[in-house]
Design a binder for this molecule. Structure first.
Ligand SMILES: C[S@@+](CC[C@H](N)C(=O)[O-])C[C@H]1O[C@@H](n2cnc3c(N)ncnc32)[C@H](O)[C@@H]1O
Length: 239
C-alpha cells in the first residue's frame, strides 16, 4: 500500500503544481490550518510538515514564522520543495525518524487520510510533540454541487482514499483533545478535472490502472460534469 502511494505521488509533481497554480487550494488549506493551530497552541517554532509534498504547505509555514521540516514519502515530490526554505527528509510519518518532544507542531495538510493506519501516525505525532505542542490535519469531505449533492453519486464511481475524515477523527481523538470544523471552497468543473489530472488523485478513482490509462478514464468519467461546485474539507487541531 505504501509503495503504491509513494509511486502515485512520484508520478505527480508536474500536474500537482499545475493544479495548485490554478486554484491555490493547498496553500489556502495550509494557511487556514496554521491559523487554527496558532490560536490553540503556544509559540510555534519547530514544525514537522508531515506529508509536505512539493512544499506548498512548507512555504506557508515558513512564511508564517515557523521553522518547518519538509517530510514526505515521495522523493520526487520532495525534490520540488525549495531546499532554501526548509530541510527536507524523506520517510514515512507512521515511523518518524525523530527523537521524542522535538517539535512544537506536527501538521498533516491533506496527508493523514492517505495512510492505511492514521492511528499509528497520530501516536507518532504525539511522541515527537513537546508538552503544549499541537497537531493539525485536514481531510477531504468530497466534491458537491452547490445544493450539497455528491458529484460522484451519478457517476457510478466513488472517490476513495485509503482512509477518510472519520478515521482521521478517531485517530486524533485517541491521542489528543481535538477541535474540528469544516471548510467549503467554491470551485468549478474544470478545477475538478484538473485535480483528477494529477495521477495520485486519479488513483482514488482507478487505483488498479497504470497512470496513463487511469488519467484517460478519469478524463472520460468527468467530461460531462458541470459547475459551479464546492470542495469540502474537515480540519482538526489537537493539543
Ligand atoms: C495531497 S499531498 C499534500 C502535500 C502538501 N502538504 C501540500 O500542502 O501541498 C499529500 C502528500 O502526503 C504524502 N504522504 C502520503 N502518505 C505518507 C506517509 N505515510 N508518510 C509521509 N508522507 C506521506 C504524499 O507523498 C504526498 O506528497
Amino acid at each position: 500500500m505504501k509503495d503504491a502511494i509513494r509511486d502515485n505521488f512520484d508520478e505527480s509533481p508536474n500536474a500537482y503544481d499545475e493544479y495548485e497554480r490554478r486554484t491555490g487550494r493547498f496553500e489556502a488549506l495550509a494557511d487556514r490550518l496554521y491559523d487554527e493551530l496558532d490560536r490553540r497552541t503556544s509559540r510555534i517554532g519547530a514544525l514537522l510538515d508531515a506529508g509536505a509534498g512539493s512544499g506548498v504547505s512548507t512555504a506557508v509555514f515558513d512564511e508564517r514564522g515557523a521553522a518547518p521540516i519538509a517530510f514526505d514519502l515521495s522523493g520526487r515530490m520532495l525534490r520540488e520543495c525549495p531546499g532554501t526554505i526548509a530541510p527536507r527528509v524523506q520517510g514515512d510519518f507512521d515511523e518518524l525518524p525523530f527523537v521524542g518532544e522535538a517539535f512544537d507542531a506536527v501538521v498533516f495538510t491533506a496527508s493523514l487520510f492517505l495512510t492505511p493506519d492514521p492511528a499509528r501516525a497520530a501516536r507518532e505525532a504525539r511522541r515527537v510533540l513537546r508538552p503544549g505542542g499541537g497537531v493539525g490535519a485536514v481531510a477531504p469531505l468530497g466534491w458537491t454541487t452547490l445544493d450539497g449533492d455528491d458529484v460522484f453519486a451519478p457517476l457510478a464511481r466513488d472517490s476513495r482514499s485509503p482512509t477518510g475524515a472519520d478515521d482521521v477523527a478517531d485517530a486524533l481523538d485517541a491521542n489528543f483533545g481535538v477541535e474540528s470544523g469544516e471548510w467549503a471552497f467554491r470551485t468549478t468543473a474544470e478545477d475538478l478535472r484538473a485535480f483528477h489530472a494529477v495521477p495520485a488523485m486519479a488513483a482514488r478513482l482507478y487505483p488498479r490502472l497504470d497512470p496513463d490509462e487511469r488519467l484517460g478514464r478519469a478524463r472520460e468519467l468527468l467530461s460531462d460534469v458541470e459547475g459551479p461546485l464546492e470542495q469540502r474539507w474537515r480540519w482538526f487541531v489537537g493539543v
